[in-house]
Design a protein. Structure first.
Length: 395
DNA sequence: TCTGGGGTCCTAGGACCC
DNA sequence: TCTGGGGTCCTAGGACCC
């Protein structure tokens, strides 16, 4: 195998993405704190907030009730995922003008690979293009691997550009706190603090045996490499989904099992649709429940044969619910499919009775949904659906 | 202040098999 | 008769990321 060509890696990260799109499209929001997220009355949290809001101490994942207290004068918005996805696609398309080697990490982040030596120049051009053409602020970090590009990006925020080259690691990276390393969260940081490791430099100087005790073998080896600026992860342009999940926290806890099952039915239909749309089937189906006291359980089961059928997903989650769901009330219900396989119709067995009919029906419904969107369909389903939600499964 | 939703990856124990 | 070792799969929980 030939060694991968030497390239620069750029991490492009759209600043406060959802809030920036709103400020772009609503000039009256500019210069003001904008907070995108759920509502305080329905247990929402902050999804994204503008830098004006951050000055009040507001940040992502904060309970909305707290954000309202900290910054009552902010503009609060529910967000418009459809719009953000469309804008994200425009941004990704813009990146493609500069390089074909792109790994989209999330809706607002992507790694780009360019020839060695061209990283900073290209990143500056991309920032200018995104600003001029899409009117959005973008921060970029440049290095020779993903890890250092990511850290450089963190140091350049907001609306900046910086690089962090391997030879600068001792001088620039080692004085910084552990939390600048991706993968070191609050729990790991606390464990390391307890044994006197406070900076990235401390981490780099600690014998691996000490780290293994705190973090386990795999994490110890990896984070010691990271502390030295070493990262061999390749760019992955296409990533296969490994699981799909749908979950819902209720505005007020749900008390009755029938109401909860109706939610599981909606989730099963959504997951079935997503599987079929992706041409995948799942061998494992799981249930997640959170009780009123916030304790959370997950249960899953692996099937003999992979499925993409709403009714089968629903059957399994309900079975798990009846076995492990307890008394309620429940704060959250979630459904998950994993162990995904590419859909293949080949089977030497006859499909179970009713399955063919359901497949045909499902096909029609998927097509309708693709054509007219979820709104029409969900409404149609709900009309017939309250009955379906209470029907005994498996028939 | 009372804790979202969508994911990925890791650990650890037990079952089961050779 | 109280005694193995390794490998894989499954399940539950948790850390972490955006």
């Amino acid at each position: 195998m030939a060694e991968a060509q030497a390239r620069d890696i750029i991490l492009c990260d759209l600043d406060a993405f959802f809030a920036s799109v709103e400020q772009r499209d609503h000039p009256e929001y500019r210069g003001r704190p904008v907070i995108v997220g759920g509502s305080a009355s329905s247990r929402g949290v902050v999804s994204t907030c503008s830098y004006e809001a951050r000055r009040f101490g507001v940040h992502s994942a904060m309970p909305m009730a707290r954000a309202v207290k900290l910054c009552p004068g902010a503009i609060f918005l529910p967000g418009n995922m459809k719009l953000y996805r469309a804008v994200s696609e425009q941004v990704m398309a813009l990146y493609e003008r500069f390089t074909p080697d792109i790994e989209a990490v999330s809706i607002d982040e992507a790694y780009l690979a360019v020839p060695r030596g061209e990283g900073l120049k290209t990143a500056a051009k991309i920032r200018r293009a995104v600003r001029d053409e899409l009117e959005l602020p973008l921060t970029a970090g440049v290095s020779t691997n993903k890890l250092l590009a990511k850290i450089a990006c963190g140091m350049a925020k907001p609306d900046g550009l910086d690089s962090l080259w391997p030879e600068e690691v001792p001088q620039k990276l080692w004085p910084l706190p552990l939390k600048v390393l991706p993968g070191i969260g609050p729990v790991s940081a606390e464990k390391l603090h307890r044994v006197g490791i406070k900076t990235v430099g401390d981490l780099a100087a600690t014998p691996e045996s000490v780290l293994v005790q705190q973090l386990g073998q795999a994490a110890a080896a990896e984070c010691r490499q990271h502390a030295r600026g070493i990262d061999s992860r390749p760019l992955e342009p296409v990533r296969q989904a490994k699981s799909f999940s749908e979950e819902q926290t209720f505005a007020t806890d749900v008390a009755g099992p029938e109401a909860l099952k109706a939610v599981l039915m909606e989730q099963a239909e959504e997951l079935g649709y997503r599987l079929r749309a992706a041409g995948m089937r799942a061998r494992t189906v799981g249930l997640k429940l959170r009780f009123a006291d916030y304790t959370t359980i997950t249960r899953d089961v692996t099937l003999a044969e992979a499925t993409d059928r709403d009714s089968e997903i629903y059957r399994v989650t309900v079975q798990l619910f009846e076995r492990c769901g307890g008394e309620g009330p429940w704060r959250l219900a979630g459904s998950r499919v994993s162990n995904l396989e590419t859909s293949r119709q080949l089977t030497i067995f006859a499909p179970p009775p009713g399955a063919v009919k359901e497949d045909k029906l499902g096909e029609v419904r998927d097509r309708l949904r693709n054509k007219y969107g979820t709104e029409v369909l969900f409404r149609a389903r709900r009309l017939a659906g309250s009955e379906a939600g209470h029907r005994k499964p498996g028939r």
